[in-house]
Design a protein around this ligand. Sequence first.
Ligand code: ADP
Ligand code: MG
Length: 319
Amino acid sequence: MSEFSLIDRYCYNIGAKHADTRLSVGDDAALLAVPEGYELAVSVDTMVIGVHFLPEVAPAKLAHKLLAVNASDMGAMGARPKWATLALTIPDAQQEWLAEFSQSLDQTAERFGIELIGGDTCAGPLTLSLQIMGLVESGKALKRSGAQVGDRIYITGNLGDAALALALTKANQKPLPDSVSKALDAPEPPLEFAAQLLGLANAAIDVSDGLVADASHIAKASEVSLVLDIEQLPISTELSGHQQSQNYALYGGDDYQLCFTAPPKEDARLGLLAEQCGIKLTGIGVVQEYNQAPVLLRHNQELVLPDAQSGFDHFGNNE
Ligand code: ADP
Ligand code: MG
């Protein structure tokens, strides 16, 4: 199959359709109209075989995860994802693989409100790179640097299930409970909830490298300390009781939940919004003036330092 018939068959009409798309797949570049009063939020995330996913993962799941991890970055800015371009590197043009991948890409992109407007296709070791673009009201995006002393810290969903799924898969303990395997293969970032946090939250980040690692990004950018209550961490029934439950919740990667800070006066509105969006929301700590370290853990009224070596780092020493 030629590169061009592959593009014709699998890359056109994928996902949502937006009126602001002036030109989509098929030309040298796509053309987008950014509506008055909005800014374009742009980000890219790559998934490499053997690094971000195990070789046996089904193409439909890869497409879902690729969209989810990218859409999650839009949510973390309070932006609504709208467009994506896809750089697809595949070892060979296997029809079955491509059909399954593009069908899942189409369905999930439509559900997330994302239109595929272009990309690039080449041969090589399986690498999926998606650039995502979203819209956010001008000047209102949620940055890592906005946390204020006195803010409460919140997290959506549960923490640590993806790390549990990875550990169980590596130990060959199959089948996994459904919700646990979904946490790893098919995360659902809280996009609607995130877009409605503008004006309520002061700072936000999506948890991809582990809660402590990502919370420390907010802390450093905002020049404060984030104090996390260990007893408050939201842990699923599947993970609770597991020997590593606390470690997975604090340091495990791939959660794609939203961690944000907001003034205490917004607590009731946040609770209502979470309920309307069908999101589990948990208060897990407070923002304090900088003290000893970016992130501190509170346990039985005592403050302890987190394990500095934990959290995923591509160029670090991950055990
Ligand atoms: P060019 O050589 O001008 O870069 P290509 O031949 O690479 O163009 O691609 C032709 C068209 O198909 C372009 O509009 C490009 O955006 C689109 N395209 C190529 N690969 C993909 C892909 N994997 N997903 C979506 N669109 C793609
Ligand atoms: Mg090209």
